[in-house]
Design a protein around this ligand. Sequence first.
Ligand code: ADP
Ligand code: X15
Length: 399
Amino acid sequence: MAIETLDDLAVQGTTLGVRIDINSPLTDEGALADDARLRAHVETLSELLERDGRVAVLAHQGRPGGDEFRDLRPHADRLDELLDAPVGYADGTFSGEARRAVESLDDGEAVVLENTRFYSEEYMEFPADRAGETELVDKLAPVLDAYVNDAFAAAHRSQPSIVGFPTRIPSYAGRVMEAELDVLGDIESTPEPRTYVVGGAKVPDSMAVAESVLERGLADTVLTTGVVANVFLLADGTDLGDASADFVYEQGYWDEIDRAADLLAEYGDRIRLPVDLAVERDGDRHEIAVDDLPPREGEAAMDVGSATVSAYGEVVRDSGAVILNGPAGVFENETFARGTRDLFETATDAEYSVVGGGDTAAAIRRFDIDGFDHVSTGGGAALNMLTGEDLPAVEALRN
Ligand SMILES: Nc1ncnc2c1ncn2[C@@H]1O[C@H](COP(=O)(O)OP(=O)(O)O)[C@@H](O)[C@H]1O
Ligand SMILES: O=C(OP(=O)(O)O)[C@H](O)COP(=O)(O)O
């Protein structure tokens, strides 16, 4: 069944639950370090407000227990600046007070409801029917006329605010969702050879993608960077030193090391690992060949080294399509930004290049890199889609 879009929705005077993805990097003080994901949703929100909708924004920030698990007040303040309409903030998601804030909206007004993940069921995965019966959906659906999902970046999560509402109220794709589905739905027609560059810190997501594209023959080469590369190196028997290994173990990524070992055994000829890594030594960047590891006590691998960037660069330049997700290192720290900056710049030389990921997109803006054919607002969602997997959010909108 075709997905309905905002073209199919009679907006005026209706109260809309609009799920967006404004999960953003934050400063240590909890302020927004990057507002790109907010700006991405301006088109959808402005359209709904200009068409006299009453908009209740649903969104998450961070993961429970993480440093970036914070409230959405800064996001509401920034949206208020970005939109030509008043944007309020409710410090509850579906409390009586939050519901009253939704019910008292006027035409052309918006309110940002509190971080959906402050509510425990939101961080669980459910089939859509069951998600439709969770507290969040059960309490909010009665005060909403319709639901709009514009949160492409969270479309791979089968969580209540993503898949629950379409089982209860009429539901539509927002403009970001619509555009992403159009572009990313057509990856099999991108030019070959295809290279996937998987990096960053969300190792299970990246590993699932690597496995899938290798199995399906979609990837001619997988280049590994970031923490993902560290996991592959550990799986390959490299002594990374305690600091890097402990970082991986503390995240509970034991299974990912086994998975990486299986992938290397099966598809080793198509997977590339870094040949050198960068650590901090005496306050400076210091590069070490993988053959010369481990580093000194306490030194952690924070970036890929120059030899890796140049080896990967050759693969990338010869690629028809490059699909890239995840920074190559701790790019937020200038000492370890080089791998990410140089590799990303090289990726724009491929015939066709697609990038995804919140931090990845932030790195692109930070380094002012132009020339990608598509910069997705999604990381995991984009890559799931590129590998041909169904996105729960999209399935929910179809039913
Ligand atoms: N070697 C590394 N050690 C620790 N963190 C790393 C390393 N390489 C990359 N990172 C971190 O990975 C984070 C981004 O990963 P991720 O969330 O997976 O990316 P995205 O949001 O683009 O999907 C960044 O904060 C970066 O500092
Ligand atoms: O940032 C996100 O995903 P991404 O890092 O894959 O782009 C989304 O907001 C989903 O967040 P999650 O991976 O904590 O479910």
